[in-house]
Design a protein around this ligand. Structure first.
Ligand code: KG4
Ligand code: ZN
Length: 325
């Protein structure tokens, strides 16, 4: 079995995964949404302190598995430096105490593998990763062959939902709150500009849209918020579908996946489904409970890394806020 730890942002999670079957034997996550909600976003120092409290509590419950562990895996990049350190320090201690190898996992690869929890991994895949930290299109040929096609030049898709929600006083995380509010709104009411619509570049940008929404919110009454939320969600999604449409002119999608916390967004899912239809492409999605950060996805990557003998030595495993992907 492999014990895996996730602490890259505001979720403390530990999982135990059986190597031979990929079966998830244990998974527990303690989220910090309530604690960060009053600030309208994640406060890194507070998050680190909460991980220091939560992770040992969860680990206590994993003790019965200790004698069966063959490796310990942990998210080492990308994420918040101060929170990554909490998980990595714990993983190193377990590695030394139980004399088992250490596996450093890239969080983004973790999100890709959220598709394959308790399942065989299947490649190749074109992946759209939409989370609080990333908006990225990748061609994934295997565990270690991942080409990044497009990235955000500033804010991410999920982050823009968080910031718009903050402007409307809806707390954190903003994605689910905006989605809910948008249900009663008119998507066409506010004519926000689709970012980079004229640019041939396959890239993303959300800061301009965020500022346009800010101006609209400042002028609006509370009863206008559902229309703003719906129009914002529509344009934020249209930006992605526009760029994918452009990309699909050169690369025909066969199996397409949407992963990351914001892949829970139902409007985004439905718009991408429509986009894929004419291509006859298959759409893969993670189970809703594994879209947001979790340790099950880290454990699932770790099984494939273990089978490929990809380990990290104790002195080499360092945290990195940036991803190499
Ligand atoms: O993957 P994740 O849990 O953490 C990161 O790796 O960043 O993603 C969290 C992000 C937050 O920005 C949150 O607002 C967004 O995912 N999110 C959503 C929805 N549910 C979560 N964004 C839009 N619509 C949703 N339904
Ligand atoms: Zn994530």
């Amino acid at each position: 079995m492999i014990l895996s730890i996730e602490s890259s942002c505001d979720d403390s999670a530990i999982a135990i995964t059986e190597i031979s079957t990929c079966k998830l034997l244990f998974h527990k996550k303690i989220s910090q949404e309530i604690e960060h909600s009053v600030y309208g976003g994640v406060v890194p120092e507070l998050a680190a302190r909460l991980h220091a409290e939560a992770l040992p509590k969860i680990l206590e419950e994993c003790k019965p598995y200790f004698s069966k562990l063959k490796a310990v895996a942990v998210t080492s990049s990308p994420g918040l430096t101060v929170t990554l350190i909490e998980g990595v320090t714990m993983a190193k201690a377990i590695s030394v105490a139980l004399r088992i190898p250490l596996i450093g996992v890239n969080h983004l690869v973790g999100h890709i593998y959220s598709l394959f929890i308790e399942k065989e991994a299947q490649f190749p895949l074109t992946v759209l990763l939409v989370s609080g930290g990333h908006t990225q299109v990748m061609e994934v040929k295997s565990l270690s062959e991942i080409d990044t096609i497009a990235k955000s030049m500033d804010d991410s898709f999920g982050e823009s939902f968080d910031k718009v929600a903050k402007m409307m006083g809806l707390g954190y995380p903003g994605g689910p709150a905006i989605q809910e509010l948008a249900k009663n709104g008119d998507r066409k009411k506010y004519n926000f500009t689709i970012p980079l619509a004229q640019s041939p570049k396959i890239a993303f940008s959300y800061s301009g849209l965020k500022n346009a929404v800010r101006l609209a919110v400042e002028k609006a009454e509370q009863e206008d918020y559902p229309d703003i939320a719906a129009s914002f969600e529509h344009i934020a999604t249209a930006h992605i579908t526009n760029k994918l449409k452009r990309y699909f002119k050169t690369v025909t999608p066969v199996t397409f996946a949407i992963v990351g916390g914001a892949s829970a967004n139902l409007y985004l899912r439905s718009q991408i489904e429509s986009l894929l239809k004419p291509h006859g492409a298959r759409l893969l999605l993670s189970e809703l409970k594994y879209c947001s950060d979790n340790a099950a996805m880290i454990g699932r990557v770790a099984v494939d890394m273990y089978n490929n003998e990809i380990f990290t030595s104790l002195d080499k495993l360092d945290v990195s806020p940036k991803s190499l992907l």
